[in-house]
Design a protein around this ligand. Structure first.
Ligand code: HEC
Length: 199
Protein backbone atom coordinates (compact mmCIF):
# COMPACT_ATOMS: atom_id res chain seq x y z
CA UNK A 1 0.00 0.00 0.00
CA UNK A 2 2.76 2.43 1.00
CA UNK A 3 4.42 1.70 -2.34
CA UNK A 4 1.35 2.76 -4.29
CA UNK A 5 1.43 6.13 -2.58
CA UNK A 6 5.13 6.47 -3.31
CA UNK A 7 4.48 5.60 -6.94
CA UNK A 8 1.61 8.08 -7.24
CA UNK A 9 3.64 10.80 -5.56
CA UNK A 10 6.63 10.11 -7.83
CA UNK A 11 4.47 10.16 -10.98
CA UNK A 12 2.77 13.40 -9.97
CA UNK A 13 6.12 15.01 -9.15
CA UNK A 14 7.56 13.95 -12.52
CA UNK A 15 4.52 15.30 -14.42
CA UNK A 16 4.55 18.58 -12.49
CA UNK A 17 8.29 19.01 -13.09
CA UNK A 18 7.84 18.38 -16.84
CA UNK A 19 4.89 20.79 -17.00
CA UNK A 20 6.84 23.57 -15.28
CA UNK A 21 10.08 23.09 -17.27
CA UNK A 22 8.59 22.36 -20.70
CA UNK A 23 5.43 24.48 -20.66
CA UNK A 24 5.24 27.10 -17.90
CA UNK A 25 8.83 28.49 -17.98
CA UNK A 26 9.06 28.71 -21.81
CA UNK A 27 5.66 30.39 -21.87
CA UNK A 28 6.78 33.08 -19.43
CA UNK A 29 10.06 33.54 -21.33
CA UNK A 30 8.45 33.86 -24.77
CA UNK A 31 5.24 35.70 -23.84
CA UNK A 32 6.68 39.17 -24.34
CA UNK A 33 8.32 38.47 -27.73
CA UNK A 34 7.26 40.82 -30.52
CA UNK A 35 7.30 39.46 -34.10
CA UNK A 36 10.51 40.25 -36.00
CA UNK A 37 9.60 42.92 -38.63
CA UNK A 38 11.90 41.11 -41.07
CA UNK A 39 9.60 38.08 -40.92
CA UNK A 40 6.31 39.30 -42.41
CA UNK A 41 3.00 37.47 -41.86
CA UNK A 42 2.12 34.88 -44.50
CA UNK A 43 -0.15 36.01 -47.34
CA UNK A 44 -3.45 34.18 -47.98
CA UNK A 45 -1.82 32.23 -50.85
CA UNK A 46 1.18 31.28 -48.73
CA UNK A 47 -1.16 30.07 -45.98
CA UNK A 48 -3.03 27.96 -48.54
CA UNK A 49 0.34 26.52 -49.61
CA UNK A 50 1.23 25.86 -45.99
CA UNK A 51 -1.97 23.82 -45.57
CA UNK A 52 -0.95 21.72 -48.60
CA UNK A 53 2.53 21.31 -47.09
CA UNK A 54 0.84 19.81 -44.02
CA UNK A 55 -1.75 17.71 -45.87
CA UNK A 56 0.83 16.24 -48.30
CA UNK A 57 3.01 15.16 -45.38
CA UNK A 58 6.08 17.22 -46.30
CA UNK A 59 6.57 17.72 -42.56
CA UNK A 60 7.26 14.00 -42.08
CA UNK A 61 10.48 14.23 -44.11
CA UNK A 62 11.50 17.88 -43.70
CA UNK A 63 12.31 19.84 -40.55
CA UNK A 64 12.09 23.63 -40.25
CA UNK A 65 14.65 24.34 -37.53
CA UNK A 66 18.38 25.03 -37.66
CA UNK A 67 20.03 23.89 -34.45
CA UNK A 68 22.86 25.72 -32.69
CA UNK A 69 26.46 24.98 -33.87
CA UNK A 70 27.45 24.18 -30.26
CA UNK A 71 25.02 21.28 -30.47
CA UNK A 72 25.31 19.93 -34.02
CA UNK A 73 26.36 20.60 -37.64
CA UNK A 74 23.19 22.18 -39.11
CA UNK A 75 24.86 25.51 -39.97
CA UNK A 76 27.76 23.73 -41.70
CA UNK A 77 25.20 21.99 -43.92
CA UNK A 78 24.34 25.43 -45.35
CA UNK A 79 20.87 25.57 -43.83
CA UNK A 80 21.33 29.09 -42.40
CA UNK A 81 21.79 30.68 -38.99
CA UNK A 82 20.45 28.97 -35.83
CA UNK A 83 16.69 29.40 -35.49
CA UNK A 84 15.20 31.73 -32.85
CA UNK A 85 11.63 31.87 -31.48
CA UNK A 86 10.67 34.96 -33.55
CA UNK A 87 11.27 32.94 -36.73
CA UNK A 88 7.95 31.27 -35.94
CA UNK A 89 5.79 34.24 -34.87
CA UNK A 90 3.29 33.54 -37.67
CA UNK A 91 3.47 29.75 -37.54
CA UNK A 92 0.46 28.22 -35.82
CA UNK A 93 1.23 25.44 -35.28
CA UNK A 94 4.95 25.55 -36.05
CA UNK A 95 6.24 22.87 -38.42
CA UNK A 96 9.57 22.17 -36.70
CA UNK A 97 9.38 18.53 -37.76
CA UNK A 98 11.10 15.54 -36.23
CA UNK A 99 12.55 13.71 -39.25
CA UNK A 100 15.14 14.75 -41.81
CA UNK A 101 14.82 12.35 -44.68
CA UNK A 102 15.30 15.48 -46.81
CA UNK A 103 17.08 18.79 -46.06
CA UNK A 104 15.81 21.36 -43.54
CA UNK A 105 13.50 23.85 -45.27
CA UNK A 106 13.29 26.88 -42.93
CA UNK A 107 15.54 28.82 -45.39
CA UNK A 108 14.74 27.03 -48.64
CA UNK A 109 13.34 30.26 -50.16
CA UNK A 110 16.76 31.88 -49.86
CA UNK A 111 18.71 28.78 -50.94
CA UNK A 112 16.50 27.91 -53.93
CA UNK A 113 14.64 31.07 -55.01
CA UNK A 114 13.55 29.80 -58.45
CA UNK A 115 9.82 29.05 -58.80
CA UNK A 116 10.33 26.89 -61.93
CA UNK A 117 12.87 24.73 -60.11
CA UNK A 118 10.38 24.01 -57.31
CA UNK A 119 7.51 23.26 -59.69
CA UNK A 120 9.56 20.77 -61.69
CA UNK A 121 10.95 19.27 -58.47
CA UNK A 122 7.43 18.76 -57.09
CA UNK A 123 6.19 17.31 -60.37
CA UNK A 124 9.12 14.87 -60.51
CA UNK A 125 12.04 15.21 -58.03
CA UNK A 126 14.21 12.86 -60.10
CA UNK A 127 14.00 15.23 -63.08
CA UNK A 128 16.24 17.61 -61.11
CA UNK A 129 17.97 15.39 -58.52
CA UNK A 130 18.49 11.95 -60.15
CA UNK A 131 19.15 10.12 -56.83
CA UNK A 132 16.19 11.69 -55.01
CA UNK A 133 13.94 9.46 -52.91
CA UNK A 134 11.36 12.23 -52.47
CA UNK A 135 7.90 11.21 -53.72
CA UNK A 136 6.58 12.96 -56.85
CA UNK A 137 3.37 15.00 -56.56
CA UNK A 138 2.00 14.77 -60.16
CA UNK A 139 -1.59 15.33 -59.02
CA UNK A 140 -0.70 18.93 -58.14
CA UNK A 141 -0.36 19.39 -61.92
CA UNK A 142 -2.63 18.94 -64.91
CA UNK A 143 -1.59 17.31 -68.19
CA UNK A 144 -3.35 18.98 -71.13
CA UNK A 145 -3.11 18.95 -74.94
CA UNK A 146 -2.25 22.66 -74.98
CA UNK A 147 -1.66 25.48 -72.51
CA UNK A 148 -4.24 28.23 -72.05
CA UNK A 149 -3.55 31.91 -71.36
CA UNK A 150 -2.15 32.41 -67.87
CA UNK A 151 -1.16 28.74 -67.43
CA UNK A 152 2.15 28.14 -65.65
CA UNK A 153 3.79 25.40 -67.71
CA UNK A 154 6.37 22.96 -66.39
CA UNK A 155 8.68 21.38 -68.95
CA UNK A 156 9.94 18.01 -67.73
CA UNK A 157 13.18 16.87 -69.39
CA UNK A 158 13.59 13.39 -70.94
CA UNK A 159 12.67 10.70 -69.85
CA UNK A 160 9.81 12.50 -68.10
CA UNK A 161 8.74 14.61 -71.10
CA UNK A 162 5.22 13.96 -72.45
CA UNK A 163 5.32 14.49 -76.24
CA UNK A 164 2.29 16.34 -77.58
CA UNK A 165 1.07 17.35 -74.14
CA UNK A 166 1.85 20.09 -71.63
CA UNK A 167 2.15 19.94 -67.84
CA UNK A 168 0.43 22.85 -66.11
CA UNK A 169 0.71 23.73 -62.40
CA UNK A 170 -2.61 23.63 -60.53
CA UNK A 171 -3.33 26.49 -58.07
CA UNK A 172 -2.30 24.20 -55.17
CA UNK A 173 1.18 23.68 -56.62
CA UNK A 174 1.58 27.44 -57.16
CA UNK A 175 0.45 28.18 -53.59
CA UNK A 176 2.77 25.53 -52.16
CA UNK A 177 5.74 27.01 -54.04
CA UNK A 178 4.73 30.50 -52.88
CA UNK A 179 4.91 29.18 -49.32
CA UNK A 180 8.30 27.49 -49.91
CA UNK A 181 9.72 30.72 -51.35
CA UNK A 182 8.54 32.61 -48.24
CA UNK A 183 10.70 30.38 -46.05
CA UNK A 184 13.68 32.66 -45.52
CA UNK A 185 14.91 33.33 -41.99
CA UNK A 186 18.48 34.16 -42.95
CA UNK A 187 18.66 37.77 -41.71
CA UNK A 188 20.17 38.26 -38.23
CA UNK A 189 17.17 38.37 -35.86
CA UNK A 190 16.11 41.80 -34.61
CA UNK A 191 16.47 41.96 -30.81
CA UNK A 192 13.12 41.81 -29.03
CA UNK A 193 12.36 42.23 -25.30
CA UNK A 194 12.92 38.62 -24.33
CA UNK A 195 15.47 37.72 -27.02
CA UNK A 196 18.09 37.05 -24.34
CA UNK A 197 15.84 34.34 -22.99
CA UNK A 198 15.72 32.51 -26.34
CA UNK A 199 16.68 28.84 -26.05
C1 HEC B 1 9.65 10.58 -48.11
C2 HEC B 1 10.31 11.81 -47.74
C3 HEC B 1 9.96 13.11 -48.39
C4 HEC B 1 8.72 13.70 -48.47
C5 HEC B 1 7.37 13.18 -48.02
C6 HEC B 1 8.96 15.00 -49.07
N1 HEC B 1 10.28 15.17 -49.34
FE1 HEC B 1 11.13 16.85 -50.07
N2 HEC B 1 12.95 15.90 -50.13
C7 HEC B 1 13.18 14.63 -49.69
C8 HEC B 1 14.56 14.28 -50.01
C9 HEC B 1 15.23 12.95 -49.71
C10 HEC B 1 15.14 15.41 -50.63
C11 HEC B 1 16.58 15.56 -51.18
C12 HEC B 1 16.62 15.16 -52.66
C13 HEC B 1 15.88 16.10 -53.54
O1 HEC B 1 16.25 17.30 -53.62
O2 HEC B 1 14.89 15.69 -54.17
C14 HEC B 1 14.10 16.42 -50.67
C15 HEC B 1 14.29 17.70 -51.15
C16 HEC B 1 13.35 18.70 -51.12
C17 HEC B 1 13.58 20.08 -51.49
C18 HEC B 1 14.92 20.67 -51.92
C19 HEC B 1 15.67 21.11 -50.67
C20 HEC B 1 17.12 21.43 -50.90
O3 HEC B 1 17.67 22.16 -50.08
O4 HEC B 1 17.72 20.92 -51.86
C21 HEC B 1 12.39 20.74 -51.35
C22 HEC B 1 12.13 22.22 -51.63
C23 HEC B 1 11.42 19.78 -50.90
N3 HEC B 1 12.03 18.56 -50.76
C24 HEC B 1 10.09 20.07 -50.68
C25 HEC B 1 9.14 19.11 -50.32
C26 HEC B 1 7.73 19.38 -50.25
C27 HEC B 1 7.09 20.74 -50.50
C28 HEC B 1 7.12 18.21 -49.90
C29 HEC B 1 5.66 17.94 -49.75
C30 HEC B 1 4.79 18.28 -50.88
C31 HEC B 1 8.17 17.21 -49.73
N4 HEC B 1 9.38 17.79 -50.01
C32 HEC B 1 7.94 15.91 -49.34
C33 HEC B 1 12.29 13.79 -49.07
C34 HEC B 1 10.93 14.03 -48.94
Amino acid sequence: MTRIWALLLGATAAMTFALVVLVAIPRVQLRTLEPDPQVPPYTATQLAGRRIYVSEGCVYCHSQQVRDPSFTYDTLRGWGRPSVPTDYSWDTPHLLGTMRTGPDLINVGSRLPDRSWHLLHLYQPRAVVPWSIMPAFPYLFEVKPAAADGDVVVVPPSPYALPGRVVVARPGALALVDYLLSLDRTKPPVATPAAGAAP
